[in-house]
Design a protein around this ligand. Structure first.
Ligand SMILES: CC(C)(COP(=O)(O)OP(=O)(O)OC[C@H]1O[C@@H](n2cnc3c(N)ncnc32)[C@H](O)[C@@H]1OP(=O)(O)O)[C@@H](O)C(=O)NCCC(=O)NCCS
Length: 179
């Protein structure tokens, strides 16, 4: 990549889906993230952002709303070979801006990339302690349902107020052995 690449982040379009599918598939095969079927990507396309470097696909991330107070950064992947150029950080920043826009004060992520998320302002949480019940929503369809060793991380957007009329979430369906 050039020394100062022009990185842009935008909402994903239908024509991005094959790139997103391939990119997530690559990293899922390395055990870095959960695989996403193409149908899932189409169905959730409004969650996704795409990064471009000089107009070329460079990565993707999604902001998925879990409840009125919390949204998950998921499906985050920078195209192989162009890591460490600030692309991941810009994708997370786009998710954060979207959460602010919608009025959601807590960001959450399941990840192996603790240091990266710390650089984005997230902090590690203790999985054995009380977590928001909705953060387990993906676990039931995950291949690592039992014996998961991903880290849970949160970022509180202190300038975003809690929604005033927030209903109680449904009880958590927590994978066995986690707590
Ligand atoms: C993890 C990932 C998204 C990071 O994106 P990236 O574009 O390489 O990271 P950035 O260049 O934006 O890095 C932002 C900061 O985090 C740091 N960082 C990034 N990855 C890091 C790592 N593995 N360990 C320590 N620090 C890291 C960078 O040094 C940088 O620090 P700075 O702000 O002080 O300069 C990317 O490497 C990736 O797609 N990995 C494979 C898939 C994956 O693991 N996805 C995460 C699923 S939750």
């Amino acid at each position: 990549m050039s020394p100062s690449p022009e990185i842009t982040v935008r909402a994903a379009k239908a024509e991005d889906v094959p790139h997103i599918f391939e990119n997530i598939g690559y990293w899922a095969a390395q055990g870095k993230m959960l695989v996403r079927p193409m149908q899932h990507i189409f169905e959730n396309l409004r969650d996704f952002f795409v990064a471009e470097v000089n107009g070329q696909f460079a990565g993707n991330a999604a902001l998925h709303i879990l409840w009125g107070d919390i949204a998950e950064v998921r499906g985050l992947a920078v195209k192989p070979g162009i890591q460490a150029n600030g692309i991941g950080k810009k994708l997370v920043a786009a998710c954060e801006a979207e959460a602010r826009c919608i009025g959601i004060p807590i960001l959450f992520a399941w990840t192996y990339e603790v240091r990266f998320f710390e650089k984005c302002g997230f902090t590690l949480i203790d999985k054995t302690k009380e977590l928001h019940p909705r953060v387990w929503s993906e676990c039931l369809r995950c291949q690592f349902y039992v014996g998961c060793n991903e880290n849970g991380m949160v970022k509180h957007l202190h300038d975003v107020p809690m929604p005033r009329n927030l209903p109680e979430p449904p009880p958590a369906q927590v994978p066995p052995g986690i707590r």
